[in-house]
Design a binder for this molecule. Structure first.
Ligand code: ADP
Ligand code: ADP
Length: 239
């Protein structure tokens, strides 16, 4: 069954601008999807709607069978913890260790009390180290985050998201600040995580060639509408 199901989604911003119009698609476990489109097409808006960061104007979004509009604030918060989000700017806590970053990124089973007082037991640490191992960053666990390169920071951000035991993972332009070689590495890591953890991953990316090389499936958006949804090989022109 679908882990994410978007039906007839529309989003009108308070100023009246319609950023998304009748968006429908569904996503299964393990799918690695690139969302492509020009700047301003509506890609970030789509991810922010799925993450529950902004209210939607019409249609529905179901995550693991749950309609997110039907949830109260507390339930929304709990669900959002199971949605991993990876940012263009990494958003690490710069002055603490890599391990600390992963530990405080809402580890799936850490309760608020433990996190608030900074108490992490052995199993929390083992889980965090395992997530770092997944992206080949375990050797950097004790480094301060601000000593890492951009590519390394993004791999730590992936480990942090993984530690949430996410139902789905969303990445908004995760490679926009990285050069081409680092871009390949990050996209490969994300693809491997999708396959091996059976987590669907949606990646916003403006570079069509990279998307074509890496994705299992491409969703193309133009002016707030889906204009392509299918295999990269079927995409013969730009979006
Ligand atoms: P993309 O991620 O594809 O570059 P966005 O989702 O960021 O596109 O933006 C889609 C459109 O919605 C753009 O025209 C943008 O200016 C507009 N937009 C984004 N955020 C807001 C907002 N808070 N209020 C009004 N318009 C917005
Ligand atoms: P990005 O560089 O990720 O595409 P944007 O420049 O589109 O981001 O948006 C940056 C911030 O400004 C976002 O919070 C977005 O919601 C807001 N924003 C973007 N476009 C508009 C707009 N036309 N009116 C109001 N807010 C906007």
């Amino acid at each position: 069954s679908a882990l994410l199901e978007v039906k007839g989604l529309s989003k009108v911003y308070p100023n009246g601008y319609e950023a998304l119009n009748d968006i429908s698609f569904s996503v299964r476990g393990g799918e690695f999807i690139c969302i492509i489109g020009r700047s301003g097409a509506g890609k970030s808006t789509l991810l922010r709607c799925i993450n529950g960061l902004i209210p939607i104007s019409g249609g529905s979004i179901r995550i693991d069978g749950t309609d997110i509009s039907a949830l109260n604030e507390n339930e929304k918060l709990l669900l959002r913890r199971r949605i991993g989000f990876i940012f263009q700017e990494f958003n690490l806590i710069e002055r603490v260790s890599v391990l600390h970053n992963v530990l405080t990124g809402r580890l799936g089973y850490i309760n608020d009390f433990c996190a608030a007082i900074g108490y992490f037991n052995r199993s929390h640490r083992e889980k965090a180290l395992w997530c770092l191992q997944r992206v080949n960053m375990v050797q950097r666990a004790r480094y301060r985050a601000d000593r890492l390169s951009g590519g390394e920071k993004q791999r730590v951000a992936i480990a942090r998201a993984l530690a949430q035991e996410p139902l789905i993972l969303l990445a908004d332009e995760p490679v926009a600040n990285l050069d081409i070689e680092l871009t390949w590495g990050i996209m490969e890591d994300l693809r491997a995580v999708a396959r091996e953890e059976n987590v669907p991953i949606l990646v916003n990316i403006h570079d069509l060639e990279t998307a074509k090389q890496c994705a299992d499936r491409i969703i193309g958006i133009a002016r707030g509408r889906i204009v392509y949804d299918g295999a990269p090989t079927g995409l013969t022109s730009g979006i």
